[in-house]
Design a protein around this ligand. Structure first.
Ligand SMILES: *Cc1c(COP(=O)(O)O)cnc(C)c1O
Length: 406
């Protein structure tokens, strides 16, 4: 999580610009704002970095996903194929629009598999909401083809994938729209913020209108704007955008250091033949926020976690037990517990979520064996060396125990 690792003077300077004028609102007030357009500049910085024609900033990454689905025309009773390994925001966005999430299998890339997607397509399928999970890309050529062949839209939840690409093309540009998050835990942060990217002008306009009560943002006469469509308020504020702008100036450097640090960790783990690294469709395009790998089975993964604890190693995730990222532990989704009535309570779901693991046996097996190590940017050489030593110690202990049980 480098965004919060490197936070200081640059961010302060950008925020001070906003404080100087007091124009915290992203639109209009042209005369008072003294040329400061933080949301616009932030959008441009993301568009330039990603290589997108258009970028639109909103209040957070979850709002970006809702906005992207809405802008693409996804709504009530549409089926949307989603991964069961993601942050639950992906699923919430679909539910919130009255659409129906359908969970498909992932593969060793940790992302939806082309076969998994294909198996879930029905006449009601409107879109695939592909998450580029843990900062690296899915099997894009095959997935684009499955979507095209079946006349289904591809939309990317790229919340975790700023800096990731496949064959030189950034995450977020493979389908109609991509959705980046800049929350407190992402690679660059605004505190709270999200950015949609697209090469389609109409979708960009749809998102812009939808995220601000339908206002068309033409002219500088607030109150007299036209309303091409209904919307809601998902606006980003100038303070958040100012922080994001400062952070985006550092993104290339963050990615470079992460890749270097990840390579050092890979080098350490490569000595252990029982470790199977996550499949990379394009190694050079990994944003390298995590180093993920599979152990031979669940018991071995749990053993590794025990040995990490014995070594006092921090900053790793065993997602199978994690309440945030895998459907097995989303009790509130499975029981559909909500504070208000939702469309999904009255809709026919193609899957019985109380038996969800039986629909996704391959995913369940993969996640039971999966461990991810966070890659940080702020590590000193000594800290990284110490980390590699602890990992070596832990896996040597695991190797010994595995050979006894073998
Ligand atoms: C973080 C995240 C989101 C939501 O972003 P917020 O800015 O926290 O709302 C959505 N999808 C995925 C995969 C995420 O990791």
């Amino acid at each position: 999580m480098p965004g919060i690792e490197f936070f200081g003077e640059e961010e302060r300077r950008e925020v001070m610009d906003v404080l100087e004028t007091g124009v915290m609102f992203r639109y209009n007030h042209d005369a008072e704002r003294k040329g400061h357009w933080k949301a616009r500049d932030f959008e441009k910085s993301v568009a330039d970095f990603v290589g997108a024609k258009y970028a639109h900033a909103v209040s957070n990454g979850s709002a970006a996903v809702v906005c992207a689905l809405a802008a693409c025309g996804v709504g009530y009773n549409d089926e949307v194929i989603v991964p069961p390994f993601t942050f639950i925001a992906t699923v919430e966005a679909v539910l919130w629009l009255g659409a129906i999430p359908v969970f498909a299998e992932i593969d060793e890339t940790l992302n939806l598999s082309p076969e998994g997607i294909k198996a879930c397509i029905t006449p009601k399928t409107k879109a695939v909401l592909l998450v580029q999970m843990c900062g690296a890309m899915a099997k894009m050529d095959e997935i684009v083809k499955v979507c095209q062949d079946n006349n289904v839209m591809l939309i990317e939840d790229t919340a975790q994938a700023l800096g990731a690409s496949y064959k030189g093309k950034s995450a977020g540009l493979w389908g109609r729209m991509g959705c980046y998050s800049f929350d407190f835990f992402k690679i660059t942060t605004c505190g709270e913020g999200g950015v949609l990217v697209t090469n389609d002008e109409q979708l960009y306009k749809n998102a812009d209108v939808f995220s601000d009560h339908g206002h068309d943002h033409i002219g500088n006469n607030r109150g007299m704007e036209k309303h091409p469509a209904l919307g809601i308020n998902f606006r980003i504020g100038e303070f958040n955008a100012a922080v994001g702008l400062a952070q985006m100036r550092k993104i290339k450097q963050f990615i470079e250091i992460q890749r270097k640090n990840k390579a050092t960790l890979v080098n350490t783990l490569s000595k252990f033949p029982f470790i199977q690294f996550r499949e990379m469709t394009d190694e050079a395009g990994d944003s390298a926020t995590f180093l993920s790998f599979f152990m031979p089975d669940e018991a071995a993964a749990r053993l590794a976690v025990e040995e990490f604890k014995a070594q006092n190693l921090d900053s790793y995730a065993y997602w199978f037990d994690n309440n945030y990222h895998y459907i097995k532990n989303w009790d509130h989704l499975i029981s559909l517990t909500s504070v208000n009535p939702m469309p999904i309570h009255h809709q026919e779901k193609p899957q019985d979520w109380s038996k969800i693991r039986s629909y996704i046996p391959k995913t369940d097996n993969l996640i039971s064996r999966l461990i991810s190590l966070q890659v940080k940017v702020g590590w000193t050489d000594e800290q990284l060396t110490e980390r590699c030593q602890k990992l070596s110690n832990a896996f040597e202990a695991v190797a010994k125990k595995l050979s006894v049980t073998a």
